[in-house]
Design a binder for this molecule. Sequence first.
Ligand SMILES: *[C@@H]1O[C@H](CO)[C@@H](O)[C@H](O)[C@H]1NC(C)=O
Ligand SMILES: *[C@@H]1O[C@H](CO)[C@@H](O)[C@H](O)[C@H]1NC(C)=O
Ligand SMILES: *[C@@H]1O[C@H](CO)[C@@H](O)[C@H](O)[C@H]1NC(C)=O
Ligand SMILES: *[C@@H]1O[C@H](CO)[C@@H](O)[C@H](O)[C@H]1NC(C)=O
Ligand SMILES: [Zn+2]
Length: 812
Amino acid sequence: MCCVCVCVCVCAGVFPALPGQMQRPLASSYPSLQPVYQNVSGMQTQMQMQTHPSLASLSLQSQPPEALRVINLLQERSLLPAGSVPPPVPCLPQDLQKLSCSPEVFRCTLTSIPQTQSLLNKAKLPLGLLLHPFKDLSQLPVVTSSNIVRCRSCRTYINPFVTFLDARRWKCNLCHRVNDVPEEFMYNPVSRLYGAPHKRPEVQNATIEFIAPSEYMLRPPQPAVYLFILDVSHNAVETGYLDVFCQTLLESLDSLPGDTRTKIGFITFDSTIHFYNLQEGLSQPQMLIVSDIDDVFLPTPDSLLVNLSESKELVQDLLASLPQMFGQTMETQSALGPALQAAFKLLSPTGGRMSVFQTQLPTIGIGALKPREEPSHRANAKVTFCLVPITDLFSLALSLNISKCCGLCLWKLTIDLSSPPEGCISRYSAGSVYFYPSYHKQHSPPQTERLQKDLKRYLTRKIGFEAVMRIRCTKGLSIHTFHGNFFVRSTDLLSLANVNPDAGFAVQMSIEENLLDLQTVSFQAALLYTSSKGERRIRVHTLCLPVVTSLSDIFAGADVQAITALLASMAVDRCVTASLSDARDSLINAAIDTLASYRSSVLTVPQPGLLTPACLRLLPLYILALLKHKAFRTSGGRLDERVFAMFQLKQQPLAFLLMMVHPGLYRVDQLTDEGALNINDRMIPQPRALQLSVEKLSRDAAFLMDCGTVMYLWVGRNCSPVFLTQVLGADSYADVPLNMIQLPELDTAQSSRLRAFVDWLRERRPFHAVLHVIRDESPLKTEFMQNMIEDLSESALSYYEFLLHLQQQISK
Ligand SMILES: *[C@@H]1O[C@H](CO)[C@@H](O)[C@H](O)[C@H]1NC(C)=O
Ligand SMILES: *[C@@H]1O[C@H](CO)[C@@H](O)[C@H](O)[C@H]1NC(C)=O
Ligand SMILES: *[C@@H]1O[C@H](CO)[C@@H](O)[C@H](O)[C@H]1NC(C)=O
Ligand SMILES: *[C@@H]1O[C@H](CO)[C@@H](O)[C@H](O)[C@H]1NC(C)=O
Ligand SMILES: [Zn+2]
């Protein structure tokens, strides 16, 4: 079992709420200050300079008119923002903006919240939150406190949006209960001043982390435990992945997050299960084979998960010899189910992370599967079988309670065209799914590069164990649906056996009770986890948004990126509960409904054309991009790729999701330092993002397309010889190799500019993007062209046709 956030119940009668209490300025109401820490001169200054924003002072500044500038999409074509960075989040009222969480961590589809559900219904915009709660942050205030201050009524953590009635009492921004300020909180450890609770870091930072006292633990924090479950059947060994895995883990062994308690273990499987005794003192690792897969037992339960620092040499020995040990294997069966069963037995006492490497379907023992994709079922078939719990393997994982104790990450290196992805296990255990279709070490060097880099990140990135995340919001709002990889424990509580810094979540919200008399509402996400160093920590993010009563204010605050991400998650669910065509319709209807509502309810003067407010100008384009995305496109594609694409839409944080949905296209043969970013004396060119249309290409230039996990450098037939020689090191167009995946490090300004740009793009994401240099003859040209979202394709409308279609539907 995971640790649960233990709430300390205190009888509410002891601290009576003071509902009728008027809000008074802080300066006039310091009744009795303890003399102990008192520094009178310091305090007086503080009182005069009191800057804490009382919510009363949060005047709703009128939204910038730019957000509502009317745009006729049929006429205005250059919609993409200048520069290569995505457009900024809509403006919040300044007071809130200053205090709120970074939009990269926590944001809402509507930055102005409708007062009532009926207003929301009328706007036809989705209401929801996008979270990247465990994101790597360069600055994170960490507070150690024996008494974490929370609302006695709703358990909200004190945050920048609470109101201090006076130095002794604060009013919760979620439930409005008045709470006492505990004595310890009067002292500010940062400024070392007494009597200024509003200056505490908890009240200054909307993202904060607490080191939790013991009441936040059900049991002592467990060590970091890593269990690797490796497919060693003939099929698997033949792909060569085992070399890559062993090499990468060997190199990363010292950087696995953890401390001296960290434990590690390995299980390999083909038709039988193999365990490895790595107990300190042995001269070499001992392999133990269990061939009774119907009744798997642990041969030496105490020496299979070992102290990494004590057994490091044995682990290194094992990793060095594993690839050869199975080099000659002729075993073709896969007993993945029984291997998982064994893994669970091993991990259930402590929890931890299971990393499963799989190249084929489980064929024998519990959980064996038959290929399910009939040729006639391709693409258009319902994708129900994976995303809902009906696969045998998934039920197995559930019945084994795997998701309750450990994170399960699936590395799928499939070479089986017809395999249904089993990622559903991961979905319910806060794991991740990685997918390298047709992986082969020799035949596909780009895949190997990706596997290596992704694996390195996976092994060394931060990890939290035994996590739960609770999302609280102002009374009246409620959580409708969660999207992401987790296990829903109750209406607002998610159980995450592991949490990693690369996972995103989406939450759909509804307005259950009108938000009358409220100027603002707040959302708070609290993630309780055990760090790899065995500390129980709580990371808290708080977002506060204004409540508005007019449709135009709602529209003015629409965040088109967040809306797109939420719609994408909702459409994936739609594929599962209904069908692909339903999901596609729901996306198209979202665009139609929103623009129709805008036209009928916000625009006062009738105008011709397809009109949007400026802040939503990219909505039809993003919707079309989703319709052409691997997850939702109608034509072709392998089923496992489609399902994986759906996982991506559900598990990627917003910024990365957008990269995958709407690739960036840049002309790169004439990069200059003009407008370049200067990062640590590195000049990063910032070419303008272009529309995704063949029209934008020209034969005498070169273009970079960034699709998230892959980049293409398309070189035009008449591209300048200077670029060819100085950047690609090729004498002529025909000389550009067809399978080039690396830019040569040439000592020219053009070469370093392009490499700086590519490196910079790559650094901005947690997964690896392979770069393919392509020209007209390249086999990958089709893939490149498929991303030209604005163009007509065999099975899909061009952007302009799509706009006409929307217009037609709206004027019906
Ligand atoms: C009291 O506060 C003032 C103003 O912040 C500061 O200059 C002074 O050093 C403080 N005195 C003590 C004893 O901390
Ligand atoms: C926390 O808040 C303080 C005061 O507003 C600010 O100076 C500091 O940069 C914040 N820290 C982070 C990590 O945002
Ligand atoms: C693991 O090994 C290290 C190094 O020998 C030791 O300091 C530590 O106490 C061990 N941990 C446990 C839990 O045995
Ligand atoms: C899974 O958990 C349930 C409820 O906690 C329990 O009844 C069941 O026996 C568990 N199954 C296994 C295989 O441990
Ligand atoms: Zn409260």
